[in-house]
Design a protein around this ligand. Structure first.
Ligand SMILES: *[C@@H]1O[C@H](CO)[C@@H](O)[C@H](O)[C@H]1NC(C)=O
Ligand SMILES: *[C@@H]1O[C@H](CO)[C@@H](O)[C@H](O)[C@H]1NC(C)=O
Length: 399
């Protein structure tokens, strides 16, 4: 009897409460209902943006649905703020193909941008195909300092509380994913693929962001699997399978004058195979400003045939003509390499090339077991650093 009386009350209360929180127009916005042609050759960009605009103007928990099918899209901006939205899910099951016509991208445009939107979830198992092969020959950035930067495939700009789960990125023109100026970004089950010779196709680039986690992802590409740029605080990376590519990198730091510090990085439980670098910290020599890179732990990482498994390089200068040989002014400190094992494809398995202007401080290696695949013993090289060693050390520490 008591229960009978109580139930309707609880029901009504919770429905009213839910309506209160979610307003009137929670719902799903399907791009097909907005006229997407989904034939893989007619441009659906305008339709995508119209559907996003409607979803963003709604209230409560909303969903933008991109059903299975092929969609050709040029640059698309999914911008907020979405003032009355509580959360927004982009449920992407489709296969998105980027326009290959570079004239559609204004200088600085990315392909798909999510900007200034909070509580966004991107999921659904869909694919972002940047169709980069056509534009890679036009990318002069690996050789020229002032180059036109091609569009990144998926960019998150100034978002908060973002979840990216179960998506795939293929053949980006430039970076696959960029996380810039974001707070609380969580990426998992992301699959990234591009050929090993594709230029600047970093898998996930993180910059000026805080509280970022990336886990359980497989990245094979032509540049860094994950690159941690300037101004990042609290980044955790785990269970990554990386290779081919250039490994997991901090940097490059110190290229521009007003860069932010990088503080609090953990990279762990990952496998890196057939890459040019394993775990790397690189800073430009001749840096115009000073900054610091501190509190970084690299732990439980397995290397297979990696050319430079552990490398700090503060003499980074990718162009033939560097204006001067001035030392890097990025201060590196509190760095921990723990339980790093596997094989090196070159004799020098550990390189600690610190700046003579700002020697590295408190660099620790614990249980490093790296074998050179060429047969001879692996070696270590150090400049401007007195590292601390404990546990197994293979190669032998440098003096
Ligand atoms: C170092 O970074 C880790 C990971 O972000 C963080 O949990 C820890 O509190 C930091 N330690 C210090 C001393 O700042
Ligand atoms: C080390 O990383 C592997 C994944 O590469 C994981 O399976 C294993 O549990 C980790 N070991 C420890 C002690 O955390």
């Amino acid at each position: 009897m008591k229960l009978f009386l109580l139930l309707p009350f609880i029901c009504c209360y919770s429905i009213a409460d839910a309506q209160c929180r979610s307003g009137v127009s929670s719902g799903t916005f399907n791009v097909l209902h907005y006229g997407a042609r989904a034939n893989g050759f007619s441009d659906d960009s305008k339709v995508f943006m119209a559907a996003w605009k409607a979803a963003c103007a709604a209230s409560g928990n909303v969903k933008l649905h991109i059903p299975r099918g092929k969609y050709l899209v040029g640059p698309v901006k999914f911008d907020g703020p979405c003032r009355n939205v509580h959360s927004i899910t982009v449920y992407m099951q489709g296969y998105l193909k980027a326009s290959t016509d570079l004239s559609k991208y204004v200088e600085g445009d990315d392909w798909i941008q999510f900007g200034h939107v909070d509580k966004l979830t991107l999921t659904g198992g869909g694919t972002f195909d940047g169709q980069g092969a056509v534009s890679w020959p036009f990318n002069k950035c690996p050789r020229k300092k002032n180059c036109r930067v091609l569009p990144t495939s998926i960019k998150f700009l100034a978002t908060a509380d973002t979840v990216v789960r179960r998506v795939k990125s293929l053949n980006s023109k430039f970076f696959h994913v960029a996380v810039v100026g974001c707070k609380r970004f969580h990426g998992s089950n992301i699959r990234i693929h591009a050929p090993s010779n594709s230029p600047n196709t970093d898998g996930i680039h993180i910059e000026r962001s805080s509280d970022v986690t990336i886990c359980n992802s497989v990245i094979a590409t032509g540049d860094d699997c994950i690159s941690i740029g300037q101004g990042n605080v609290h980044v955790r990376i785990s269970r990554i399978t990386c290779g081919p590519g250039h490994g997991i990198s901090v940097g490059s730091l110190g290229r521009y004058r007003d860069e932010g510090d990088v503080r609090g990085l953990v990279v762990r439980d990952s496998t890196i195979s057939g890459t040019t670098n394993g775990i790397r910290i690189k800073t430009w020599q001749n840096s115009p400003g000073s900054s610091s890179a501190t509190n970084m732990t690299f732990k439980n990482i397995s290397m297979k045939g990696v050319a430079n498994p552990i490398i700090i390089d503060q003499m980074y200068c990718p162009y033939v003509l560097c204006p001067s040989q001035a030392p890097s002014r990025v201060k590196i400190s509190d760095i921990f390499f723990r339980d790093i094992r596997g094989t090196s494809a070159t004799p020098v398995a550990v390189t600690l090339k610190c700046s003579r202007g700002a020697p590295c401080r408190n660099v620790n290696l614990h249980n490093v077991h790296l074998r050179y695949t060429g047969g001879a013993a692996a070696t270590a090289e150090c400049w401007n650093v007195k590292a601390r060693y404990s546990g197994i050390q293979m190669p032998a520490p440098c003096h």
